[in-house]
Design a protein around this ligand. Structure first.
Ligand code: PLP
Length: 453
């Protein structure tokens, strides 16, 4: 087709739609869903624009990843261009580069404790894939224990560790054990006070570990604040207890920071919500390059680093340690540090929290919310007006109407009922947060009405 030799931005909307309908596939939804998605033509700051001229606030930072927003700084563009001009690629298995040395040392400096060794896959799923393999090889143990309310990725092992979507996509790999981490604070209506609930949650976890044989468990994989499952902050005592159980049984603690890492929660790392709880393995992605390039990292503690000096980690991919992706990440991180982006998140977090609280207060369709930093979830009430219990529910006619209303009111984001995730780019100002919530209220009024509240 000669049209392929035309410059970009010359196809009509009709031509784009036809090609999408005939040739494009999607991932987690039936493919025909693609035909309802807006065609985004350009973006700037926290805004996205579609081919019909509509403006949207990037209300969940895409998949919680465009943390630095949509206007790339000259610093980031120059770093990427320089890397492309100078050396766009060498394979990480046969050559080293300055950018790899620098990014590895910067990440080690940003991580507390003795997390020193770094690897750079291309996605969060791959980072968890690598980390699971490394935990097994290091410990000589086969099993991975993770939690039902979790998302760790879409590749074989990361999906096997995942609890969300399990009914649809679990592929049943051997040696993955799920615990009922019932994230104790989520089940307030379970009766007992928090201390009591934490104590029983930890007892059940330990009981399960003993039943599995602790010496068969390589690692416990946990999101510091399970994100897809609804931004579930866990009590400090629970996370301290998980760390203590790991120490008692020689199990590695792998904290998945793919969504929380790099400032989302108002700290550099989500696990800093739990002072003193340090992981043995950390994985992260998304905010690392703020999605300018696909890149993730795995960092391991000193003992693992030493072990892998003489033993292969046993995971690889052609594009791990991609110089251009690492240059994008490095420039993004140095900019985050010089502009004190994490400090900015802390300064707007109280306003964000207040807006979230207000949504739960004034909309009967919302029962419950959680928020920290610029990371929040509202819970859609059950028909009885109660807090929902499900991790993920199928969309209904009413929630579809709500979703349409978000787009009509200029919000574009993920939607996973019964949770409404709100996680705008970290550069958002207090006035823009206000603007976003004005739009959110209009969409929630539609939900109130549709649900008959
Ligand atoms: N881990 C967590 C906590 C995530 O939220 C995600 C993605 O949303 C992943 C892993 C998978 O990352 P990716 O989609 O980059 O493969």
């Amino acid at each position: 087709d000669p049209r392929h030799f035309q410059p970009l931005n010359t196809w009509t909307t009709e031509e784009i739609k036809n090609a999408v309908a005939s040739h494009v596939m999607t991932t987690w939804s039936p493919c025909k869903a693609k035909n309802d998605l807006p065609i985004i033509t350009h973006s700037s700051h926290i805004y996205l624009y579609d081919s019909d001229g509509n403006e949207y606030i990037d209300w969940t930072s895409q998949a919680v990843c465009t943390n630095s927003g949509h206007s790339l700084s000259q610093h980031v563009k120059t770093a990427i261009n320089d890397q492309v001009d100078n050396l766009h690629f060498v394979y990480g298995g046969i050559a080293m580069t300055e950018i790899r040395a620098r990014l590895s040392s910067l990440i080690s400096e940003l991580l507390p404790g003795d997390l020193v060794g770094c690897l750079f896959p291309s996605s969060g799923s791959e980072a968890n894939e690598a980390a699971i393999t490394m935990a097994r090889r290091y410990s000589g143990r086969p099993k991975i224990l993770s939690f039902y309310r979790s998302y760790h990725g879409g590749t074989k092992n990361s999906l096997s560790a995942t609890g969300d979507f399990r009914r649809h996509y679990q592929q049943g790999s051997a040696d993955f054990v799920k615990a009922f981490n019932f994230t104790p604070n989520f089940f307030e209506h379970a009766g007992a006070d928090e201390d009591e609930r934490v104590r029983s949650a930890l007892l059940m976890l330990e009981e399960q570990i003993i039943s599995e044989n602790p010496e068969s468990i390589a690692s416990i994989v946990v999101e510091s604040i399970p994100g897809s499952a609804g931004v579930l902050t866990m009590p400090l005592a629970y996370m301290q207890g998980v760390r203590a159980i790991c120490d008692k049984y020689g199990i590695l603690l792998h904290i998945d920071e793919v969504m929380c890492g790099f400032g989302r929660t108002g700290e550099m790392w989500g696990f800093q919500t739990y002072p003193g709880v340090l992981p043995d393995i950390v994985t992260s992605a998304k905010g690392l390059s703020s999605s300018v390039a696909p890149i993730s990292f795995v960092a391991v503690n000193e003992r693992m680093m030493e072990f892998f000096e003489d033993n292969a980690p046993g995971w690889g991919s052609t594009f791990q340690g991609h110089p251009v992706a690492m240059a994008a990440a490095y420039a993004n991180l140095t900019e985050m540090l010089t502009t004190n982006l994490v400090g900015h998140v802390q300064s707007v977090a109280p306003a964000f929290y207040e807006h979230m609280r207000h949504c739960a207060e004034v909309h009967p369709s919302i029962k419950g919310f959680r928020a920290l930093g610029l990371y929040g979830a509202l819970d859609i009430a059950t028909p009885d007006g109660e807090q929902p219990h499900e991790v993920h529910e199928a969309r209904t006619a009413a929630t579809n109407k709500y979703f349409e209303a978000t787009r009509q009111n200029g919000l574009l984001g993920l939607f996973r009922p019964p949770h409404i995730h709100i996680a705008p780019p970290l550069i958002i100002s207090e006035e823009e947060i206000q603007e976003g919530f004005d739009r959110q209220h209009r969409a929630l009024s539609v939900l109130d009405e549709e649900l008959g509240f």
